[in-house]
Structure formats: C-alpha cells, structure tokens
Design a protein around this ligand. Structure first.
Ligand code: FMN
Ligand code: SF4
Ligand code: SF4
Length: 441
C-alpha cells in the first residue's frame, strides 16, 4: 500500500491532506475532531493581536449552487479569529502535545511593523507548533486595515515581512499568497527572496456573489448593505492550478515547496495539484460543506490510485505534469482530432448540434432519412470540443486523434507534422517556417 507520509518544508504529516486556515481550524474542538477523522495537518485559523476583531452578526457566507444545489462556489466576509490570542495559543499548545504526529501550523496576520510580527511569532514558538503561515491573502476587511491582501499585492512588502519573520524564528515560514494579482510570479519570487521556506496558494478570490434585486443591494447583505468577499470552492480550482503550475515551472521559483489550495473536494483534485508541483494540499470549503469525514475518501482514493500507478510515495508523482504545461506558442498546430458520436449512447437531445450549428463550425448534422440523428461531418469539424462539453451523456462524444499519414478531410493535409506557431509559415515572425505535409505528397 502506498505510503502517504509527506514532508512539506520540513514539516511531516501522515498524509498530504491538511485543513486550510479557516473556520474548520478555528479552535481545538474542531481540530481534534479533524485529527480523529484522519486529517494529516491543520493551518490554525489566522491569529491576530488583541483585542480580537469583531465579525458581522449576520450572513457572512454566500454561494453559487449547481442545479442540484451542490455548492460549487462559496464566498465569505469573515475576518481572522475573533477569539483572544491567549485562548488560541493555549489550545494550540495542548493540541500539538496530544497529536505529535500531525502538522500544526499557525496562520498569522498583524500590522505591518517588525515588532508586531516578531512579538507574535515568539509567542507561537512557545506552543510547539510546527511552523507559521503568513496570511498575505484575505481580500476583505483586513486589507482595508493595511493587512492581508494589502501586503500580498505588493512584492516589496511580502519580501520585507517574510524577512522579519525568518529573522525572528527557526520555525519554517510559509507565505500564503493572494490570487488577486495580475501575475502570481512577482509575489512568489518576493517570498523566496525574503527567505520563505514555502508558499501556499490560493487564498480567496475577490467576488460579489449576486444582487438582491428586491432590496436593490448586493447579496448577502448586512442591514441593507453588502460588500465584496473572498470566493473559494470548486469554481476557483482552475485559477489555483494555473498559479501553482506557474510557480512550479518558473526558473526563479522552481523548487520552492508549494502547498496547493483551492476547490479541493476529492482525492483526484489533490492528485492534480500534486502532479503540477504541490507537495501537499489544504482544504476549506469542502470540509465546511461536507464535514471532516471527506478525508477518508481522499486518503483511500489517493493511495488506491498510487498503488495502481506504481507510485510508492507522493514524491514519485509530485510535479510530474508540470513540464507538460507550456505556452500556447509551443502547441503542435499539426495535431488534429475529430469529434465522434457513439450512436448507442446518444439520447438525441440535439445539444451538440445546436451548439456547433449556432456558435461553432456547423459540423453536426441533425437528420437522417427524416429522423433525428446526430452525426459529425468530418469535413467541417475543427475538433474544438464544444459538442463533447455540452453533451449530457458522459463519453458519448469523444475526441479522436487522426493517425500519422491520415488526411484531414477539412484541410486536405496529411497528419503527422509537428509545427508550432514559431515554425508556421502564417507567422510573419517565424524564424524557421516549414510548409505543411500535403495529401498529394
Ligand atoms: C469562511 C472562510 C474563512 C477563511 N478564513 C481564512 C483565514 O482566517 N486565514 C486564511 O489564510 N485563509 C482563510 N480562508 C481561506 C481558506 O483558507 C482557503 O485559502 C480558501 O478558502 C480556498 O480553499 P477552498 O477552495 O478549499 O475553500 C477562509 C475561507 C473561508 C471560506
Ligand atoms: S468538435 Fe467542434 S467543430 Fe467538431 S463537431 Fe464538435 S462542436 Fe463541431
Ligand atoms: S448532445 Fe450528446 S446525447 Fe445529445 S444529441 Fe448530441 S451526442 Fe446525442
């Protein structure tokens, strides 16, 4: 059976599944229940200075529901912990003492002054915690006070605060990044320059969930007024994957350990983050929506899949997919696929036809002998995948690559070349333009 033990920035845990800093890790009661359920580690809900902040006493959450009421996007306007610092520190000390094999990392956010960071880190050190995570990500409330994303959006501040923290402690320092930036690379590079042992990402995405058009106010609202919050859950996973892979691939940040966060619900989501370079993962929304026991499926699913693939330890596949992410200009323009409809699975709903007819390439016919029948017209199909995306039946439409030497009936060209945009004759900037293989060759 696969060994799921993980070492992230020197912090060991029995599996790579950690709970992210958020309500699931707000107090010992929750964390102990999480550890009993099997979570490998937690990042404690962000601590701040006393007196504690005050949260709204009204709806602090919003959601985007799928048609089956599943929560696919989640939003919050909650701030950092609203409990006294000493209470949190005592509970962290006790939890770490009782659960020595689990990772206990403490998230921190204090005003942007060196004495404030040094003072709180020294107190956290006394708890026996395994490390600290610097919260440079919260996009609402705290950022208005010059903390959270207000720091995470300025690389110079990230570097400066990280340096202060590294100077103040021997504990590993993880920098948690905000996705609310034009590019994730400058903040990640700044964290590395400041001496960070690792980065974690993403924190929540700036969002306004909706508008109550009866009250004429953003939704959810507090006494008639709403505010933007931070969005998370499944809908943000693609944003997170893109940013994780950017850091994993870029020469300036390559090798910096990454904790992947954002929309992880199942073992497969975790495996995707890890394949792109995350050493471990953190989960918040899925635990809030489904409870702590989801970790059982994550542990069982990941280890079963690793066994099937012959991966003995997570290191065997971490980062394996990262080199396969490239820029558009390096994609093979001579690679050709065609849509194929499995007539036995087709329920003749016509969605593929209407999508292709109205908005793509008019490449799916809808009638045969006067009857509803949906078939791909290869001469028109550009292989765009829209039909497969809109088809309600899984695997009914598949995208089939043409084999080497076959002729693409749309272009009349033989398949088998390998030209990127950099070699394509239509590119006026091409340095080494090469003609296509032609059917007549
Ligand atoms: C209600 C709520 C509160 C959160 N509070 C914090 C926090 O105190 N500190 C922090 O670093 N991130 C906080 N987060 C962000 C999460 O740790 C995580 O980065 C984000 O939710 C993305 O992960 P997910 O898609 O699994 O939820 C919070 C998220 C939610 C939903
Ligand atoms: S792949 Fe695109 S072009 Fe081809 S049939 Fe489907 S929707 Fe039409
Ligand atoms: S969308 Fe799928 S099920 Fe519907 S007609 Fe097209 S192939 Fe058949």
């Amino acid at each position: 059976m696969a060994d799921l033990r993980t070492s992230f920035a020197g912090i060991t845990s029995p599996n790579p599944f950690w709970l992210a800093s958020a309500p699931p890790t707000d107090k010992a009661y929750n964390v102990v229940r999480a550890f009993k359920a099997g979570w490998g580690g937690v990042v404690w809900k962000t601590l701040g200075e006393d007196p504690p902040i005050v949260n709204v006493s009204g709806p602090r959450y919003g959601a985007i529901h799928g048609s089956d009421r599943r929560v696919i996007g989640f939003n919050n306007i909650e701030l950092i912990t609203d409990r006294p610092l000493e209470v949190n520190l005592q509970e962290i000390t006790q939890v770490k003492r009782d659960w020595p094999d689990r990772a206990v990392v403490v998230s921190l956010m204090v005003p942007c002054q060196e004495p404030n960071w040094t003072a709180i880190i020294k107190r956290v050190e006394q708890t026996g915690a395994d490390g600290v995570e610097l919260n440079f990500g919260c996009p609402h409330g705290m950022s208005e006070r010059g903390m959270g994303a207000a720091v995470g959006q300025v690389p110079e501040y990230i570097e400066m605060v990280t340096r202060w923290c590294k100077a103040a402690t021997r504990m590993p320092v993880i920098v948690k990044l905000t996705p609310n930036v034009a590019s994730i690379l400058p903040p990640a590079e700044a964290a590395k320059r400041g001496g960070a042992d690792a980065v974690s990402l993403i924190n929540t995405v700036n969002a306004l969930m909706g508008v109550d058009i009866d009250q004429m106010a953003p939704w959810p609202h507090i006494d008639g007024y709403g505010t933007h919050g931070g969005m998370c859950g499944s809908v943000v996973k693609p944003i997170a994957l893109n940013m994780v892979s950017a850091i994993a691939r870029h020469p300036a940040t390559q090798g910096l350990p990454i904790s992947g966060i954002g929309g992880i619900e199942k073992w497969r989501d975790a495996a995707e983050f890890m394949a792109l370079g995350a050493v471990n993962v953190q989960v918040c929304t899925a635990a809030m929506v489904y409870g702590f026991k989801i970790v059982e499926e994550m542990i069982a699913g990941l280890s079963e899949w690793m066994d099937q693939k012959g991966y003995a330890r997570p290191e065997d596949f971490v980062g394996r997919a990262a080199p396969r992410k490239t820029e558009w200009q390096h994609l093979n323009l001579d690679y050709v696929v065609k849509a194929h409809i499995d007539q036995d699975l087709c329920i003749k709903c016509g969605r593929c036809h209407i999508g292709c007819e109205d908005t793509s390439h008019q490449a799916i016919s809808s009638l045969k002998d006067g009857q509803r029948h949906f078939e791909v017209i290869e001469e028109e199909c550009v292989g765009c995948n829209l039909c497969a995306v809109v088809c309600p039946i899984e695997n009914c439409i598949t995208m089939v690559p043409l084999r080497e030497g076959e002729v693409d009936r749309r272009t009349g060209l033989k398949v088998g070349g390998h030209r990127t945009w950099l070699e394509h004759p239509n590119n006026p900037m091409a340095t080494n333009p090469r003609p296509a293989k032609h059917a007549a060759e």
